[in-house]
Every structure is written in structure tokens, then in C-alpha cells.
Design a protein around this ligand. Structure first.
Ligand SMILES: *Cc1c(COP(=O)(O)O)cnc(C)c1O
Length: 421
């Protein structure tokens, strides 16, 4: 079906429904030459509109000073509300279940305050082995904070011997076996290293069956995977927005709290004034009375300058729609996989470790560089492929459906072939 030719790639681009979006992003020029930018899973490209969105806020700040909180074109007092509905669509949530706030690692801690409540026998956490380091540290230090021992409380599910991917059966089996000792399942929805996508609905179901809570770090899933967090009955989730959601370096994070918890004002949490009921927030009185939505987990007033570029990006997602984005993601990633396998058939010294099944991955492909190692990655970089290296031997590439083209995939193949020779 696919062909490894420039002509074929150009024809695919011509037929691409989302082709017009490529030009709505700034594409880096490095050493005077265009790049093949495959690192949308690390830092998404800048939407051209981001500057205007930020400028509106700079202008309103200049004109209004503090009065911009109420008189600005997008009053800062409620700026985060502009984003909730758009974000909810991206992750398959009800607007009351999401809010944009803070940063990812901090938010996971805050959510664990509410959803990891070790008590009696129920103290254990199940996570995936080789989780993103921040998640490992979060779980470890959070367990220690409860005066428990991370070595005995955290159960890591590893790939079977000789395999790269985690067998989901092993996660489900561990959940069942841990049973009433299990407090929390906390997994990366898409594993950052292999690109493996987990079946969140089934994992949530299994966790609930034994009475545990189930949360996901969706850093590599938000804006990439077609998520249905509400329908899947996920308890909570958090993600950053600077990867597939293109909000810029250090961009603000998003959280999801299922309706059944978000509306529960009695649920334990760490409070801040921006989570306080809007009617009484400015009375500045004692007595925390949280907003009965995900907003009730907010601490601080909206970081407007970080939210403006996210708003610009979310408007593109809104316009294109996750459905069309998902369709292109699968076809584009499939094409890149085809190209890589075509080159591999000439010279086998690397291997794709990402699942071959489209329903088990998103836009990312991870290449185990084997004998070539970091040298191959460095050569690719010298030839203006912007990819991502992870120790010990993985090159991660992610064609982002909004701004990458089939021609990018073909070009990558040409450069990969040259770099190996
Ligand atoms: C990128 C990423 C992070 C980054 O966390 P920050 O708090 O935004 O620095 C955390 N977890 C996962 C799984 C990630 O992929």
C-alpha cells in the first residue's frame, strides 16, 4: 500500500485533509536548513498564532494593569475557564472534570494526596517498570511521606524476559493478585520509552474491581491518543501540554478528575484560594469550601502568559478535531514505520520496539539503535533530523499529525539510510 518514494509521499500530502495545518506552525531552521522535526513528543512546535494570543495579554496588561483581571479582553480572573471545554474535548472529559493549572509533576503529587490514601492493609501501588523518572520519584517520595517503605509498597510490572513491551495481562494479573492490598494503580498512558499505549479502560475496570483507585500520567497521550477518560471511568489523570499540545517550554499542565470525585467536596486535598468557592473566595475568610469541579484542586490564580499559547494551540485542535488528528496519526505513523522497515531490510542493525498494532501506540516510534548506538543518533542530528535519544540505546521519533508531512517521513528514511552507510 505504501511506497518509499518522494512521489508517493507528495501524493499522500496532497490528499491529506489536515495538510493546511503544517503552515500554521513555525518550523525550525537549523544551520540555515530546514529540519525533519520529529520531537513533538518532547516539545511541540510553536503555533504561529501563539504570539498574537500572548500579545493580547501583554497589551491588556499594559493598558489595564490589575484591572485586566476583569476588563481585559479575556479577563484573567477566569482565563483558565477559556481552556476547560477545549481541553475536555481533547481528553474525552466533561468540562467540569478538567482544569489547566500548575505543572505536571506537582499535579501528580496533588492528585495523589486525594487518591493515594493508604489505610490498613490497602497500601500498595502498581506502576509500570521504567516509568518516566519523575513518576518514579513521585511514587517513591509520596510513599515515604506516608512513612511506608517504597521497596515493599511499589509493585513494578516489567516486560517479560527478553521482551521490550509490557504484557498487559501481567498488569491485570498483578492487580487481581494484590487485591485488597492495592490502593492505587498509576501508569503512564503511553510509555515514554517504547511508545506502548495501555488499555486504560480495562486497567481502570480491573483496579476498581479490587477497590483500588486508578490514575494515569498522560504526558505522552494528551493530544496524541483519542482519549475517553470519562467513559473509561479513570479516577484521575494529569498531563503536560508542551509535548503534543504545543504550549511551549514549561507550559502549564492539565488535570482530569472524574465527575464522581470532582463533585465530592469532602474528598481530601491540599487547598488553595483558587480552589475556593468563587462566591466566597474574596471574602478572605477561614474555612476551605472547594468548587465542586476539577477547579476545586486549583491553588493559584491563572498563569495567563503560559495559558495564552496553549489557548492558541487548543484552538487548532478544536478546529481540526481529535478524530481527524487520530486518523492521520495512524496513517502517518504507519508510513514512517513502513519506511524504517524498508531500510532495515537493507541493513539490519536496529529494531523498532514500539508495538506494530496501531491500537497499541500513538504517534511515537522507538528505534533500538543496537550496534549503532548514540553514533547513529548524532549523525542524524548533524543531518538536521531533530529526534530524541534515551539511554541506553533508543532513538524516539514522533511525527505529529498537525504539522508533520509524509514527505518528512520519506526524507527521514533517506537520511537514515545515508547515516547507516
Ligand atoms: C514529560 C513527562 C513529564 C515531565 O514532567 P514535568 O513536571 O512537566 O517536568 C512527567 N511525566 C511523564 C510521563 C512525561 O513524559
Amino acid at each position: 500500500m505504501y511506497q518509499n518514494t518522494l512521489e508517493f509521499a507528495k501524493q499522500k500530502d496532497e490528499q491529506d485533509e489536515l495538510k493546511s495545518y503544517r503552515n500554521r506552525f513555525h518550523h525550525p531552521i537549523i544551520n540555515g536548513k530546514p529540519t525533519v522535526y520529529f520531537t513533538g513528543n518532547s516539545l511541540g512546535l510553536q503555533p504561529k498564532a501563539a504570539k498574537q494570543y500572548i500579545n493580547v495579554e501583554l497589551e491588556d496588561w499594559a493598558q489595564w494593569g490589575v484591572e485586566g483581571h476583569f476588563h481585559g479582553r479575556n479577563p484573567w480572573f477566569s482565563y483558565h475557564e477559556l481552556l476547560s471545554e477545549k481541553m475536555a474535548k481533547v481528553v474525552g472529559a466533561k468540562p467540569l472534570e478538567t482544569v489547566v493549572m500548575g505543572s505536571l509533576s506537582t499535579n501528580v503529587h496533588l492528585l495523589m494526596v486525594s487518591f493515594y490514601r493508604p489505610e490498613g492493609k490497602r497500601t500498595k501501588i502498581i506502576c509500570e517498570a521504567k516509568a518516566f523518572p519523575s513518576d518514579q520519584y513521585i511514587l517513591e517520595t509520596h510513599v515515604s511521606h506516608h512513612n511506608l517503605n517504597p521497596d515493599s509498597e511499589i509493585i513494578e510490572i516489567s516486560p517479560r524476559k527478553g521482551e521490550e513491551l509490557i504484557n498487559e495481562e501481567d498488569i491485570l494479573k498483578a492487580i487481581e493478585e494484590t487485591g485488597e492490598e492495592l490502593a492505587l494503580v498509576m501508569i503512564g498512558g503511553v510509555n515514554y520509552y517504547t511508545g506502548q499505549l495501555f488499555d486504560m479502560k480495562t486497567i481502570a475496570e480491573a483496579g476498581h474491581k479490587v477497590g483500588a483507585k486508578v490514575g494515569f500520567d498522560l504526558a505522552h497521550a494528551a493530544g496524541n491518543i483519542n482519549l475517553h477518560l470519562h467513559d473509561w471511568n479513570v479516577d484521575f489523570a494529569a498531563w503536560c501540554t508542551y509535548k503534543y499540545l504545543n504550549s511551549g517550554p514549561g507550559g502549564v499542565s492539565g488535570i482530569f478528575i472524574h465527575e464522581c470525585h470532582a463533585t465530592n467536596k469532602g474528598l481530601v486535598r491540599f487547598g488553595g484560594w483558587w480552589g475556593q468557592d468563587k462566591e466566597t473566595r474574596f471574602l478572605m475568610e477561614k474555612g476551605f469550601d472547594p468548587i465542586p469541579t476539577a477547579e476545586g484542586w486549583q491553588h493559584s490564580n491563572a498563569p495567563v502568559m503560559l495559558m495564552a499559547p496553549l489557548n492558541a494551540s487548543l484552538d487548532l485542535f478544536e478546529e481540526a478535531g481529535m478524530e481527524a488528528i487520530g486518523k492521520k496519526r495512524d496513517d502517518l505513523t504507519g508510513y514512517l514505520e513502513f519506511i524504517i522497515n524498508d531500510i532495515k531490510s537493507e541493513k539490519v542493525d536496529f529494531e523498532l520496539i514500539t508495538p506494530t498494532d496501531k491500537t497499541k501506540r500513538g504517534a511515537q516510534l522507538s528505534i533500538a539503535a543496537k550496534g549503532q548506538g548514540k553514533k547513529l543518533f548524532d549523525t542524524l542530528t548533524q543531518r538536521n533530523v531533530i529526534a530524541d535519544w534515551r539511554e541506553p540505546n533508543v532513538i524516539r521519533i514522533a511525527p505529529a499529525p498537525l504539522y508533520n508531512s509524509y514527505e518528512d517521513c520519506w526524507k527521514f528514511g533517506q537520511i537514515l539510510r545515508e547515516s547507516i552507510q
